[in-house]
Design a protein around this ligand. Structure first.
Ligand code: ATP
Ligand code: MG
Length: 218
């Protein structure tokens, strides 16, 4: 279908822990798009101790934004690697400068914004534990590990992401309000923003599929 094949570039926005990762992985499962997550890619560089990983580690641990010049160069290169395959971008752009730089080289077709109440976000981050070797994420009260503090599959220890510690979360939310919120306005003005409200990913997901079904091929 002509309409579907024209729409290739999707962006997902939302506060930290608004469920971008969860909704993105569901989108990638259902539709023929490639997930490009700036946070996942940066964490991968840190783990592999690459040059970039060494540069960005401090920013991530403290919940601060990686500088625009580093981020723009990195992500535009990553998107070039994806080529003409449809993509879903998650975590980038996070500043208006990043949004402008992206728009110049690859105008986006669809922007999804997840709107989740603030208190839900705080609760979620406080209760989030990860098994580092596999990346498995647990949420106490929602997806509680069978044995407290241990991974279900391996029994290995679960840890908090350094940027999920309360001081870092506070910082991330402040940055989100002051620096990332204008990005939403950037896309609203372009007329391509679509917002989805809910307290959980299960509330948001049906709205997302209803919106994307006519637009993206499966
Ligand atoms: P969650 O994964 O829970 O949604 P998040 O969206 O805040 O949380 P990531 O997208 O995984 O986290 O990003 C983690 C960190 O990586 C950020 O706090 C920041 O330090 C860095 N980072 C990722 N994307 C960017 C970006 N576009 N610009 C600057 N820094 C970034
Ligand atoms: Mg993320």
């Amino acid at each position: 279908m002509t309409v579907k094949s024209k729409i290739l570039k999707t962006l997902i926005l939302g506060a930290p822990a608004s469920g971008k990762g969860t909704i993105s992985s569901r989108i990638v499962k259902k539709y023929a798009v490639e997930h490009v997550s700036s946070g996942d890619k940066l964490r991968d560089h840190i783990e592999k101790q690459t040059e970039l990983g060494k540069v960005v580690k401090k920013y991530l641990n403290e919940g601060k934004l990686v500088p625009d010049d580093v981020m723009i160069k990195f992500m535009l290169t990553e998107l070039n690697k994806v080529g003409t395959h449809p993509w879903l971008l998650d975590g980038f752009p996070r500043t208006v400068s990043q949004a402008e730089a992206l728009w110049k080289v690859q105008p986006v077709d669809i922007v999804l914004n997840l709107v989740v109440p603030f208190e839900v976000i705080i609760d979620r981050v406080k209760n989030r534990w990860v098994h580092l070797p596999s990346g498995r994420v647990y949420n106490i009260g929602f997806n509680t590990p069978k044995v407290a503090g241990k991974d279900d599959d391996t029994g290995e220890v679960l840890v908090q992401r350094p940027d999920d510690k309360p001081e870092a979360v506070q910082k991330r939310l402040e940055i989100y309000e002051s620096i990332t919120r204008p990005v939403i306005e950037f896309y609203r003005k372009k007329g391509i923003l679509k917002e989805f409200e809910g307290r959980t990913s299960d509330e948001i997901w049906p709205q997302v599929t209803e919106y994307l079904d006519p637009l993206i091929s499966k």
